[in-house]
Design a protein around this ligand. Sequence first.
Ligand code: HEC
Ligand code: HEC
Length: 431
Amino acid sequence: MKLNDTTLWFGRMTVVAAMALAPACNGLAEDTADENPEVQSSALASASAPVDDKARLGAAIFGDTRLSASGTQACASCHEAGRAFTGNNNPENPLFPVATGAFVDLVGGRNAPTAMYMKFSPRFGFVLDEGEYTPTGGQFWDGRADTLADQAKGPFLNPREMAVASKADVVALLRTASYARLFRRVYGRSAFDDVDSAYDDMADAIQAFEETPTFAPFSSKFDAVLTGRARFSAAEARGFALFQDPEKGNCIACHAGDPTSHEPSDWLFTDFTYDNLGVPRNAAITDNADPAHFDLGLCAQPGLAAKLPPDIEDKAAFLDSLCGAFKVPTLRNVAVTAPYMHNGFFSTLRDVVTFYVTRDTDPARWYPCGGDGQPKKFDDLPEAYHANVNTSEVPYDRHPGEAPRLDAAEIEDVVAFLGTLTDGYRPRRRQ
Ligand code: HEC
Ligand code: HEC
């Protein structure tokens, strides 16, 4: 949760390496991965069309493939309703780790996160917490957009996404869209006259759509349990306890909820902070063909230096400490949003949870071998930033030879609990 509390991991690693087990360094070991990971889809209530004109307009824009250079890609291509508004637009491989653009040869560098519940993300900023500045909020894995509307201005012009040449081109397409009349009704007769304001209005409409209950229905089994309308199975209940236990999963430290509250909106399963998990490098990402390429996450957020609180003395060191950190994603609907993490490295929840607890007890299971036959931990970060990886917080505070914080049965329980976070749950009627 806090980025600055790193331990003296390297000192210990040398000691441990001396008595190393013979690591196989398979990267993601075959027996770890699920045999047939399949894309799950949620029973998300096929959302009733928004009633409000502005949100209705936003929905039309969100689904309009005309608004891309190829004429084939919309927001909805990478944010599909049936996958809790994720998906990387790769019909041939729905588990493809990162987003595929309007032109398929232009593959992006990151996995599309869910747009659901993101209206609750505060603007990006540094929150003073127990004397430390904690980066918090924003949209995207690196928080670079402050609001949903700011976020929505990006994809149309991103060459690796919808790839339209200019704002003027986007507005010209809006002007001839089937919903142009609705656009004028919402934003005025002369709505299309000024390119910049029409573009901003479009983003405003998208935000209105993303603020509707379609994106935050709070209709999961978890919500039903919270409000006394359903009960967890035994495995789900054990999983929820492990999720909260500070000595076991400790997931709630970042994937936050208020244990004293029965109000679903107090359980967003993120505190919108940033953390560095040391997720393994994903060779399937084309950018990674260049060994010198690294996605540094938060510290590479454009303009970040100018946003630092003025009283931080060593700004360069502070910025460095943010390299490799990514935003804590919500876990709502996570059972239907594979693949996982900013680089889509994992295809199943079982792998994610297993990684959390065995990253440090059995690193050879996750990282490839280095020249010395030892697993190259944190291989997706330059050496200089390895110390940024969180090695102090439960559950990833272990060392080789120690027992993982969760055993195999407990991992299954946590996965069962995560399955209760999928929206569209319908309690069965009593017979
Ligand atoms: C080519 C696939 C693609 C398209 C098209 C696309 N997105 Fe995304 N979306 C992504 C990826 C990848 C990210 C994460 C990028 C990053 O963090 O740098 C993202 C991030 C987001 C987020 C931030 C969520 C969070 O957790 O921070 C929102 C909201 C969002 N997109 C909405 C939209 C909207 C609205 C559109 C249409 C204007 C759109 N997306 C078009 C792939 C896509
Ligand atoms: C110290 C903070 C922290 C703790 C503790 C933590 N997580 Fe996370 N979690 C994160 C961050 C940050 C990411 C995104 C990392 C990235 O993509 O590089 C993440 C990502 C995930 C994802 C992938 C979600 C997605 O949409 O891609 C899952 C699933 C997950 N965590 C589950 C858990 C579970 C289960 C636990 C407890 C066993 C847990 N986390 C503990 C910070 C934390």
